[in-house]
Design a protein around this ligand. Structure first.
Ligand code: PMP
Length: 430
């Protein structure tokens, strides 16, 4: 198993730090060799040794309708034939902005960038420019990309690698990032009172996905909205994961709370490198060239990326049944996994929102960073490798959300549940 992946990984480690171009891929927290992939279709991945896996990573989110989704591939092919980039405006950028505005509440204007990181970095710069204040509040275990301001108590790869604050982030930058507890409005109130008049923005993953999937408690998001209004603070929803996934209009629509700024990534680019930030006209008019807050990108709004994203979003917009089906499929998987873990008498807390789902091996209800950390990481590691052997590709960390796609058929879900049954039995006996 993994013969060719092992060889490639050895070669990769010679010339690429850790053999990967993004740390979450390195299998650091589960150990072993990262799987190198050759191709994928729908929810089935094929690795370089020809082994097939049912995919629950979905390129970390974009593949909501499965890999190699024909309208996306066709759009990329057609567009590529007319050049890959102009560095000048194109029609598809206009269509994309119009479509997002139609799908999402509160996005009067939107600016395309190349990654979720860029989107979040730009959003806080705009919030700072708009308010004339320096500090931001983020939540422990939330991840907003690798911008300096966010690498303080961060989730995802930063969490699993045990680097909550990265070397290279200056003390000055770190001082301007305040950290509150997810799902705890009191911790936010305290910071706002202590730093009255100094906080530009609160940035939050409305459904946390980077310490595993953790839903917002009832009242948490409306409470943040109220606090932001009371203290003249810009509310930023980081919808890089949740955008176009947990509803057509993302968390804003699902929870009925409108942020001032929203950031996107993943689905908006259908697997090509895209991010975006948008929001209220008054705030977005701070952005250059209308306003003084500088933000730019040689490849921003790239035609291939826009064509791919537009094809995917158009389908999601046209057929809201995708969201109902995703909800049903994820509930089905949830129930199946729950039964399996109960049958094996394993303490497991399974969180689910829309098509995001996470298994925490703990008896505690997982509502924040502390409870997420109570998961049995050694058991997850064994479970992960048994699942991999059984042909199921899970995110290689106990602190990531699994993503379902509409290409997960009932058969694939049943196979996954059956695999979990044998995997947990083996993991427990090790
Ligand atoms: N915000 C959230 C919520 C994310 O999940 C991620 C990536 N996983 C980012 C920001 C950063 O996006 P990117 O990796 O595209 O820079």
């Amino acid at each position: 198993m993994l013969e060719t992946s092992k060889k490639l990984f050895e070669r990769a480690q010679q010339f690429i730090p850790g053999g990967v171009n993004s740390p979450a891929r390195a299998f650091k927290s589960v150990g072993g060799t990262p799987v190198f992939f050759e191709k994928a279709e729908g929810s089935l991945l094929t690795d370089v040794d020809g082994k097939e896996y049912i995919d629950y990573v979905g390129s970390w989110g974009p593949m909501i309708l499965g890999h190699a989704y024909e309208p996306v591939i066709e759009a990329v092919r057609e567009t590529a034939g007319r050049s890959t980039s102009f560095g000048a405006p194109t029609e598809v950028e206009v269509k994309m902005a119009e479509l997002v505005r139609q799908m999402v509440p509160g996005v009067d204007k939107i600016r395309m960038v190349n990654s979720g990181t860029e989107a979040c970095m730009s959003a806080i710069r705009v919030a700072r420019g708009y308010t004339g204040r320096d500090k931001i509040i983020k939540f422990e275990g939330n991840y907003h990309g690798h911008g300096d301001s966010f690498l303080i108590n961060a989730g995802s790869g930063a969490l699993t690698l045990g680097q909550p604050s990265s070397p290279g982030v200056t003390k000055g930058t770190a001082q301007d990032t305040l950290t509150a507890d997810f799902n705890d409005l009191n911790s936010v109130k305290q910071l706002l009172n202590e730093y009255e008049g100094e906080v530009a923005a609160i940035i939050v993953e409305p459904v946390a996905g980077n310490m595993g999937c953790i839903p917002p408690k009832k009242g948490f998001l409306p409470g943040l909205r109220e606090l932001c209004d009371a203290h003249d603070v810009v509310l930023i929803f980081d919808e890089v994961m949740t955008g176009f996934r947990i509803a057509k209009g993302g968390a804003q629509q699902r929870y009925g709370v409108t942020a001032d700024l929203v950031t996107y990534g993943k689905i908006i680019g259908a697997g090509l490198p895209v991010g975006a930030f948008g929001g209220r006209r008054e705030v977005m008019d701070e952005v250059s060239p209308v306003g003084p807050v500088y933000q730019a990108g040689t490849l921003s709004g790239n035609p291939l990326a826009m064509a791919a994203g537009f094809a995917l979003l158009s389908e999601l917009n046209k057929n809201p049944r995708h969201y109902d089906e995703l909800e049903e499929k994820t509930t089905y998987l949830f129930s199946g996994l729950k039964e399996v873990f109960e049958a094996h008498e394993v303490a497991a807390s399974i969180n689910r929102v829309g098509s995001m789902i996470s298994v925490f091996f703990t008896g505690e209800e997982v509502i924040d960073f502390r409870t997420a950390r109570s998961t049995d990481q050694r058991l997850f590691k064994r479970f992960f490798h048994e699942m991999l052997k059984n042909g199921v590709y899970l995110p290689p960390s106990p602190f990531e959300s699994w993503f379902l796609a509409n290409s997960h058929t009932e058969l694939l879900l049943d196979d996954t549940i059956a695999a979990a049954d044998t995997a947990i039995a083996s993991a427990l006996s090790e």
